[in-house]
Design a binder for this molecule. Structure first.
Ligand SMILES: C[S@@+](CC[C@H](N)C(=O)[O-])C[C@H]1O[C@@H](n2cnc3c(N)ncnc32)[C@H](O)[C@@H]1O
Length: 255
């Protein structure tokens, strides 16, 4: 079953691109644009997905490069970039082994992507890898979804109309919560319907890990990050509260 985990396959990527197209913002696109204003050197977006965040940042004049584990997600990203005559450096790589020769002025991880790493030690190793890829004084900016947003509705059904008029549906069911490991697993069943007939289906298991706010601050400190700020719902410098869905951490690699 491990091979079905957090795979973002063909239908999952299509749904992501319909549900969260380029520039779709939860307040995060404007937030990241403002936090990165003035950056002149390269910025890395690990788990870049379909380019929802990358494209508007490049259009704002920033030099952003990205990688993603999913060929299907990266295909969407490449298509979206080509349609705008953009050609950023986009590669298939994974959190645990990505490597670049250059060092970045910022590493950004929006949309809770870090929470896809469900093993604590593995997540720590990835944070170390982010640190190592930052230039001195470079900044890491990471979003985490609040614990509350993890433990909401256990099941859901949603549907989207594709560009060709087909119907894509997603039936999600949370199937496991581990309070010790701080993880949830959901089963995601994607289906494509043509004229009421099932044409294609895809099953994924979606695993996430939640972090406590102080736990994540301690993790960043242990790795050597300094000047850690925590913000709620994309209001920079406003401490998170119980109602916030997104919590953003910004930290600096010392000079
Ligand atoms: C929630 S999407 C985020 C996309 C984009 N950053 C955004 O803000 O919309 C998560 C992305 O993480 C990618 N991903 C999942 N596991 C990964 C891994 N181990 N290494 C790199 N990317 C991974 C998925 O393919 C997917 O594109």
């Amino acid at each position: 079953m491990l091979e079905l985990n957090n795979r973002y396959g063909k239908l999952a990527s299509h749904v992501y691109n319909l549900d969260k197209p380029i520039g779709k913002s939860f307040g995060d696109v404007e937030f990241y644009r403002a936090r990165l204003e003035g950056c002149t050197r390269a910025i890395l977006e690990p788990a870049v997905g379909n380019g929802r965040m990358l494209v508007p940042l490049i259009e704002a004049g920033l030099d952003v490069v990205g990688f993603d584990a999913s060929e299907d997600m990266l295909d969407h990203c490449r298509r979206q970039c080509a349609a705008r005559s953009l050609s950023p450096d986009l590669t298939i790589q994974t959190f645990d082994s990505f490597a670049y020769r250059k060092r970045f002025e910022a590493v950004i991880v929006p949309a809770g992507s870090l929470q896809l790493i469900t093993d604590h030690a593995a997540a720590m190793a990835v944070l170390v890898r982010f640190f190592d890829h930052l230039a001195p004084n470079g900044r890491l900016i990471v979003d985490l979804d609040s614990i509350g947003s993890f433990l909401g509705d256990a099941s859901s059904f949603r549907q989207w109309r594709t560009e060709d008029g087909d119907l894509l549906s997603l039936t999600a069911q949370r199937i496991q919560i581990d309070y010790v490991a701080q993880t949830t697993v959901s089963s995601l069943r994607y289906e494509r319907w043509v004229n009421g007939q099932l044409a294609e289906s895809e099953l994924e298991f979606f695993s996430l890990r939640w972090w406590g706010v102080h736990e994540f601050i301690l993790a960043l400190r242990a790795i050597g990050f300094v000047e850690i700020t925590v913000s709620g719902n994309y209001q920079h410098g406003r401490a998170p509260n119980n109602d916030d869905g997104a919590i953003t951490f910004e930290a600096r690699r010392p000079a």
